[in-house]
Design a protein around this ligand. Structure first.
Ligand SMILES: [Zn+2]
Length: 76
């Protein structure tokens, strides 16, 4: 039988999932909680959105660094 997970735990798992893969048990409890909790479902969407934005932002920064290092050679 499942122990009802609290929203705090659920959000913790959501943010943890962005860094490390969850165990089967964790994934399952998160899924069960999301099925019952509309607040965390919204939260979960925000997290995935944030994660996508973060990845795009990292790419932008990388491009900026390349642009900067190739363009600032001759000016002092
Ligand atoms: Zn919740």
């Amino acid at each position: 039988m499942f122990k009802m997970m609290m929203c705090k735990e659920a959000t913790h798992l959501m943010s943890k999932r962005l860094d490390v893969p969850l165990t089967f048990q964790e994934k399952l409890s998160l899924k069960v909680h999301l099925a019952m909790c509309s607040y965390c479902t919204q939260c979960n969407q925000q997290f995935s959105l944030l994660h996508e934005t973060g990845k795009q932002y990292e790419k932008l920064i990388e491009r900026d660094i390349v642009t900067l290092s190739s363009g600032s050679g001759d000016s002092r």
